[in-house]
Design a protein around this ligand. Structure first.
Ligand SMILES: [Zn+2]
Length: 156
């Protein structure tokens, strides 16, 4: 999908809400590569498993679009070439997309905001009792780059 995106193909990915931020999920990688990702928020699983390609091809079946589906599971995936059917699936996708939540990756630990003082050598979490006045927000990665070390009390 990333290769297709690089070629200029318009891609949207809708995932199950319970699994979107699991370690094995590719949601963050897709977003990092400029592919919009949303996830369902309703009760039950997002159990639709289909793709619409070029307004004419529908891929559907039990295939879970996972590594296990490709390498270990017994799955089926039908490729149906029919602009009429593709249009129906595309309409369903648009409805689901419209009510889905935008996936926003959690900030990586290095992007977290920490706090330093003008005179101290440690960086802290917000609210640490070591921070009395003039605490300065800074990214954790920048704090480390500037030579600050983590406070042993608040363990940022
Ligand atoms: Zn602290």
């Amino acid at each position: 999908m990333v290769a297709a995106k690089v070629r200029g193909v318009k891609i949207r990915v809708l995932l199950d809400g319970d699994n979107v931020d699991m370690n094995y999920s590719k949601a963050e990688s897709l977003v990092d590569n400029g592919i919009p990702v949303r996830h369902e928020t309703g009760a039950g699983l997002m159990h639709n498993k289909f793709a619409v390609v070029d307004d004419s091809i529908t891929l559907t079946g039990s295939f879970n679009w996972t590594r296990a589906a490709e390498s270990a599971n017994d799955e089926n995936l039908l490729k149906i070439v029919s602009p009429e059917l593709a249009a129906q699936y595309a309409e369903e996708f648009s409805e689901l997309w419209g009510i889905a939540a935008v996936f926003v990756p959690a900030p990586s630990p290095q992007q977290e905001t920490v706090y330093v003082t003008r005179t101290g050598s440690k960086y802290h979490r917000a609210g640490c009792s070591c921070l009395r006045s003039s605490c300065i927000p800074i990214s954790k990665s920048e704090a480390i780059r500037r030579g600050y070390t983590p406070c042993s009390r608040c363990n940022p």
